[in-house]
Design a protein around this ligand. Structure first.
Ligand code: COS
Length: 399
């Protein structure tokens, strides 16, 4: 086991850190204040190669491995969760899914434009009545002579108002349950695709979030990722990558909380000494540091497994669960260290506190991650109906 990064990884980290500090950081607060989705900043991020970080160079990407991608996402996540969300959606949910499930033609058509940021993509899985129970899609796809027609609705879709292409999950045959789902590549520039902005979010004010009505949306016959019936697997494999990037972004929040709190605790004086000299403040700093380091190591483990092509759903869920919950804790603790100063947006801790809250909800709640981990530990599925439980478990269940 070697915890040292290579020289190249160190250089990529330094570059991402500098870019975050000099470009992302100063715009993040203003964008949050104005509730502005900063398309220019997305362009600058694309110019850095971060939108297609894990896409091979032959398709216009940066060709990074997952571990290095995680390092970049950590740095951007420290600067701005709204822009980190753009990277997560574009790179992990859309590009990685195209890479894994797309035909050669689909890859060549979409990936170069997604990597440059010319096109944005969005991921249409969640619906008004379908969140954790992702297999239970109400959106319907009906076959026509020349393709498909989709009707339904999607909810909480990041970049839905700006996307050119949407991965839309829809049911083709309800009797087949999750094996009837398909993932369609939908052109957003058509009248039936109707996104609207969701207002009133607690955080991520610099991020675009849409509700999307799908009203007789047309899709050509060949605009499917994988086969009809593969949709659920496509979604789950996308989330293996998406959850990794959310976790990596949360490592950045934990790290930012440590750095800002240490710096503030050394400057701020009370009772005639820096507050960092008090044991109770040091305890808070130590708690944040442990969470930042442990989260990072869990993310790196998941990244290494991905790079080795080994199964990693469990390890990704562990990293997502721990890093997101830790980032919520760290943001809360960092405000405690800052006192009243942390309650206004002069310091980034205020924004981190609001922005981080969604990370234990989206791309699988903490409860879903625990169920995935619990199932791996026991071999028992806590999500299925009683009739599908094995006999001994049924017998042991209370009447
Ligand atoms: N990659 C590829 N395929 C996968 C997979 C993965 N990571 N995980 C599961 N699958 C496949 C299984 O192999 C199985 O295939 P078969 O149909 O051939 O048997 C199929 O998908 C069903 O798997 P499983 O039985 O695990 O499905 P469940 O209904 O038990 O899954 C959970 C339940 C909770 C894991 C799933 O619904 C889930 O992750 N929900 C949360 C959704 C979510 O995160 N939403 C937020 C979106 S914000 S973008």
């Amino acid at each position: 086991m070697d915890f040292d990064l290579t020289d190249e990884q160190e250089l990529i980290r330094e570059t991402a850190r500098k870019f975050t500090d000099e470009v992302v950081w100063e715009r993040a607060r203003e964008n949050a204040r104005r509730h502005h989705f900063d398309r220019d900043l997305v362009g600058l991020i694309a110019d850095q190669g971060y939108l297609g970080a894990i896409v091979p160079q032959e398709y216009g990407g940066a060709g990074l491995d997952y571990l290095t991608y995680g390092i970049v996402v950590e740095e951007i996540g420290r600067g701005d969760s709204a822009m980190r969300t753009v990277i997560s959606v574009q790179t992990s949910l859309v590009c990685s899914t195209l890479l894994k499930w797309g035909t050669e033609e689909q890859k060549r058509h979409y990936l170069p434009k997604l990597c440059t940021g010319e096109w944005l993509g969005c991921f249409g899985l969640t619906e008004p009545d379908t969140g954790s129970d992702a297999a239970n899609q109400r959106t319907r796809a009906r076959r026509t002579d020349d393709g498909w027609v989709i009707n339904g609705a999607k909810m909480w879709i990041s970049m839905g108002n700006h996307a050119k292409v949407a991965l839309v999950f829809a049911q083709t045959d309800p009797e087949l349950k999750h094996r009837g789902l398909a993932c369609f590549l939908v052109d957003c520039d058509q009248p039936g695709f109707q996104p609207s902005e969701i207002h009133g979010k607690m955080g991520l004010h610099g991020s675009d979030t849409a509700a999307i009505a799908l009203d007789d949306v047309h899709v050509p016959a060949d605009a499917i990722l994988g086969e009809v019936g593969d949709g659920f697997k496509v979604a789950m494999s996308a989330l293996d990558s998406g959850r990794y990037s959310v976790a990596a972004g949360c490592v950045g929040i934990c790290q930012g909380c440590v750095e800002e709190s240490v710096s503030y605790a050394k400057e701020r004086e009370q009772f005639g000494r820096p507050i960092g000299a008090f044991q109770l403040v040091q305890a808070m700093l130590a708690d944040m540091k442990v969470r930042a380091d442990a989260s990072r190591l869990l993310v790196w483990r998941a990244g290494v497994l991905k790079d080795q092509g080994r199964p990693n759903t469990l390890e990704t869920s562990i990293a997502k669960l721990y890093a997101t919950e830790s980032a919520v804790e760290c943001a809360n603790t960092a405000i405690q260290v800052h006192g009243g100063a942390g309650y206004v947006d002069d310091h980034p801790v205020e924004r981190w506190f609001r922005d981080v809250r969604v990370t234990t909800l989206y791309e699988g709640t903490s409860q879903i991650q625990k169920l995935i981990i619990g199932r791996a530990l026991t071999g028992l599925n806590a999500l299925v109906g009683d009739e599908q439980l094995p006999e001994p478990v049924k017998a042991a269940a209370p009447a």
